[in-house]
Design a binder for this molecule. Structure first.
Ligand code: SAM
Length: 226
């Protein structure tokens, strides 16, 4: 095992046989990623947990007793952080989570395997929530096709649907956080968020891979709501 430029051991994976070059590179990146190793040590389901932790450490939007909706929650890193910070583990706040994929149980988190884009998803989520939400957060990423324009439309479509849902369920002062990638939110969505929220900013957490175009839009201080 060789050491990388920072002195850490660097794992190299053999290619050939049935393993394709793309999976060899993916596996190497996972094995050498300090956040993946840290997540294992800290008991988090994913390295993504550090992105939410970092954004909340800076902007302080997760508070005890709040109701949080986590869209695209699997394998569960964000839900783990949210459950801890709102006190859901201790029965104070609540975390409602959905994903296309199954997700193992997390104390304090109510989960449903559901496609957010299905017609009945908002209604099911509202039923699970049983009231307003203080935070709607989405780390959803649509499967990519490799066709840039199609992928871009899918990404924007997911964020717009999440924002529309947030506008329906958020309590006054509520927060919307969503993955948007490099393009940021598109102009229409950006203007709508600016109308609906007191502050709108784009955030690139350090835990987000520097070579990825991943960004988050963080809109705080919802002006609507009951
Ligand atoms: C980057 S992962 C989320 C990681 C998660 N935040 C964590 O901390 O572990 C993105 C997730 O979005 C989910 N997803 C994508 N489109 C979705 C949809 N239409 N409805 C529900 N989940 C979706 C995927 O199945 C995937 O698990």
């Amino acid at each position: 095992m060789a050491k990388d430029t920072t002195g850490r051991l660097h794992v190299t994976v053999k290619s050939g046989g049935k393993r394709k070059l793309s999976s060899k590179l993916w596996l190497e990146r996972q094995l050498n990623d300090p956040y993946v190793m840290q997540a294992k040590r800290d008991g988090y389901r994913s390295r993504a947990a550090y992105k939410l932790r970092e954004m909340d450490d800076k902007y302080h939007f997760l508070k005890q007793g709040q109701a949080v909706v986590d869209l695209g929650a699997a394998p569960g890193g964000w839900s783990q952080i949210a459950a801890k910070r709102v006190g859901a583990e201790a029965g104070k706040g609540k975390v409602i989570a959905i994903d296309l994929l199954e997700m193992g149980e997390i104390p304090g988190v109510t989960f449903a395997q559901l496609d957010f884009l299905a017609d009945d998803a908002p209604e099911k989520l509202r039923a699970m929530l049983g009231g307003g939400a203080d935070i709607v957060m989405s780390d959803m990423a649509a499967n990519t096709t490799g066709h840039r324009k199609t992928d871009q439309l899918r990404i924007v479509g997911l964020v717009e649907s999440a924002a529309a849902f947030a506008a329906e369920v958020l309590n006054p002062g509520g927060v919307f956080l969503a993955k948007v990638f490099q393009s940021g939110a598109d102009a229409t969505l950006q203007n709508e968020l600016k109308r609906n929220f007191a502050t709108v900013r784009h955030v690139k957490p350090a835990a987000s891979r520097q070579d990825s175009s991943e960004r988050y839009v963080l809109a705080m201080g919802f002006r609507g709501g009951a």
